[in-house]
Design a protein. Structure first.
Length: 387
């Protein structure tokens, strides 16, 4: 009996051991599986977080564009926008080519060096006539510093103002201008101002002797005693007045009110979406300069210094203060009254009178204006930035 009980006990122990062994194996397998699942979940979670982080850190692809400008107030909105990152906000990677004058700026567009550029109206007309560019709109009024200077001891200066009917701010009389030698950069806005002055006096280019010189050379030559008058603008006007030169006439005195222009190549217009973004930013920059004159003057001064243009902080402050672009409401009125075309026509009138351009060129200039993108830029500005 004892043997039987012992055998039963041993059998029970063996069965219990087997069952316990089976239970441990299953639990171990379960723990292993749970550990693997948790590990996989952590791995997947970490991977998802990394992918999300990568998406956040991945830079937005920017569209590369090249603009052209000058170290002048009419282009300042571009440089302000570049510094403030406004082009990047619109998805644009912008490079700006800076030119001291319109002639080399236009020569560069012939080789597709830039797509959209800002320049004075004289270069703008050449761009419309000879380079088949399109005028998309106007920037700043571009006449405040455009002046015709004489020496303080000249007969014109000594005669004083008020002797030309309808143009009382012009010095001298028509007779005193006849036969003068005038140093001037032909094809510039200074040249256009001279043509307007001669027209106000009842004279033409045939009544004077115009010697073509680039502005820096003309200024130095005049100080050295060459010529009877000189056409100056921008910082050269300030320097001339510092030397005691007398502004015998100006755009305002001759009643020539002209704006600077924004031109685009056919290649730019083919990419309408990108070019509209460019116009939106340029307009935003122009309005910022209009509304922030003191800070804008510092931008202008820094731009001149960076580009090797002689300038003082005092001149920058006075120049920016006395110059402006149309306000949003003024832009709208100009569209309603078709003043954009009228301003282009006014400039062409003087060029045609002196034989620089023809009536056919007048048609080309007027047909070359398309203000659609400027209108869109104004609406975009009002919706997003106007206070």
């Amino acid at each position: 009996m004892k043997k039987k009980l012992l055998s039963l006990f041993m059998a029970f122990v063996m069965v219990s051991g087997v069952m316990a062994g089976c239970g441990s194996s299953k639990e171990a397998e379960g723990e292993t599986a749970l550990t693997q699942t948790e590990g996989e979940e952590r791995t997947n979670s970490e991977q998802a977080e990394e992918e999300q982080g990568a998406d956040k850190e991945a830079p937005k692809e920017l569209t590369k564009v090249t603009l052209s400008a000058q170290p002048a107030l009419h282009s300042l909105g571009i440089y302000v926008a570049l510094d403030k990152g406004w082009f990047e906000e619109e998805g644009l990677d912008v490079d700006v080519l800076t030119y001291i004058a319109g002639a080399p700026q236009l020569e560069a567009v012939a080789s597709d060096s830039w797509s959209v550029g800002v320049m004075g109206i004289a270069a703008g007309v050449t761009g419309l006539v000879s380079y088949d560019l399109t005028c998309m709109g106007f920037s700043f009024w571009d006449y405040s510093s455009q002046k015709l200077y004489v020496r303080p001891d000249s007969e014109i200066a000594l005669a004083g103002k008020g002797q030309v009917e309808g143009y009382e701010s012009i010095y001298g009389t028509p007779e005193l201008y006849k036969g003068m030698t005038i140093l001037c950069t032909k094809g510039s806005l200074g040249h256009l101002q001279l043509l307007a002055t001669l027209d106000a006096l009842g004279l033409t280019e045939d009544d004077v002797n115009i010697v073509h010189m680039e502005i820096a050379a003309a200024y130095q030559a005049f100080l050295a005693g060459e010529g009877d008058a000189v056409c100056l603008w921008s910082t050269f006007s300030a320097d001339g007045e510092g030397e005691g030169l007398i502004p015998a006439s100006s755009c305002e005195a001759a009643k020539l009110f002209v704006p600077s222009v924004i031109l685009a190549s056919d290649k730019a217009l083919a990419d309408e979406e990108t070019t509209q973004k460019i116009m939106n930013v340029i307009f935003r920059g122009t309005m910022w300069v209009n509304e922030n004159r003191e800070e804008a003057a510092q931008y202008y001064y820094d731009l001149c210094i960076d580009e090797g243009v002689t300038c003082t902080e005092e001149y920058a402050q006075s120049y920016v203060k006395e110059s402006d672009a149309p306000t949003v409401e003024e832009y709208k009125a100009m569209f309603e009254n078709d003043e954009f075309s009228a301003n282009l026509e006014m400039a062409m009138k003087y060029y045609i009178a002196c034989g620089t351009y023809s009536e056919a060129d007048m048609d080309k200039v007027l047909n070359g204006f398309d203000g659609t993108m400027l209108m869109n830029a104004i609406e975009y500005y009002e919706e997003n930035y106007a206070e």
